[in-house]
Design a protein around this ligand. Structure first.
Ligand code: ZN
Length: 297
């Protein structure tokens, strides 16, 4: 190990590569990948949210804030995903470059139930934060990251542009692959019944309609009226499969599948990258699209 470190340092010195890498803190598994792809060996990226961690529940720990305080670029998913954004801005002492990437492209709206204590909830309409399920948005994010890195290190402009172009070409290929897979589904089968409002950007880009099954995945017992409504929707829309995010209410799901004949599709990666084949953006998108198309065919 020691030998390897010394060899690397010697190589760096020999090639005249003396500048320290740009320190980047990322609070999105997608943006962590984008920053590493575009920055290459000119960046050192800390992914504060690891694949498989729910970004809705994440709170930065003191160690995260310390890393942020030493970062030159902080990348956020944004669209209100990070309720702790002010903590991060404080940690940088106002001098850190906090970039709210998702805020730079158009928003879809979603309903959000906010608990105001005492069991009272009230519904409000908020920006849907799940922008990365649109490949077009992933391409926009790549350009934002490229431009931010270039501002920090103008001397590396050409390298960042080259890396970004290569990654954008892969995203173009992914977009074509997605379109081809979805073309296998007749238009009237492009219906997503899901318990988590994560796929609106995907639906918009690929011509799907979303029917939410709110309540079914929560620990609360949904009313029989609500269950009857869901069953009626699935029947009238001729939906072949449903995609519950978390199956916490197996009794209700069993009732729905028994009454409608719809199957329960595999769990989709709603909130970022996962494990194994889903640990890259391309892999995650391909797993979701394959699961959706195969279940609805
Ligand atoms: Zn989500």
């Amino acid at each position: 190990m020691k030998t390897r470190v010394i060899t690397l340092l010697l190589c760096a010195a020999a090639s005249g590569f003396a500048a320290d890498p740009i320190r980047v803190s990322s609070f999105s598994t997608i943006l962590t990948e984008v920053a590493r792809e575009v920055g290459g060996d000119r960046v050192a990226v800390t992914g504060h949210i690891r694949p498989g961690i729910d970004p809705h529940d994440f709170e930065p720990k003191p160690a995260d804030l310390k890393t942020v305080s030493q970062s030159q670029l902080v990348l956020l998913s944004a669209k209100h995903m990070e309720g702790y954004v002010n903590k991060l801005k404080e940690a940088t002492g106002g001098k850190g470059n906090v970039v709210e990437v998702g805020d730079q492209f158009p928003s879809l709206k979603m309903k959000s139930d906010h608990d105001h204590g005492g069991g009272k909830t009230h519904e409000e309409v908020v920006e849907d934060p799940h922008w990365w399920h649109s490949v077009a948005n992933a391409k926009r994010a790549t350009k934002v990251v490229r431009d931010e890195l270039t501002k920090l290190s103008p001397a590396d402009k050409a390298a960042f542009a080259k890396h970004a172009d290569a990654y954008l070409a892969r995203l173009d290929a992914l977009q074509s692959w997605v379109k081809a897979r979805i073309a296998e589904l007749p238009r009237d089968r492009r219906k997503l019944v899901t318990s988590h409002d994560a796929f609106q950007y995907f639906a918009r880009e690929n011509g799907f309609t979303i029917y939410a099954i709110e309540g079914v995945s929560s620990a609360d017992q949904p009313s029989s009226k609500k269950v009857a409504e869901i069953i009626a929707t699935i029947k009238t829309q001729g939906v072949k499969a449903i995609f519950p995010e978390a199956i916490e209410n197996p009794k209700v799901l069993t009732e729905i599948t028994r009454e409608t004949g719809a199957r329960i599709g595999p769990e989709l990666h709603a909130d970022g990258l996962g494990d194994g084949a889903a640990s890259t953006y391309e892999g995650m998108m391909k797993q979701n699209v394959t699961a959706i198309v195969d279940a609805l065919k």
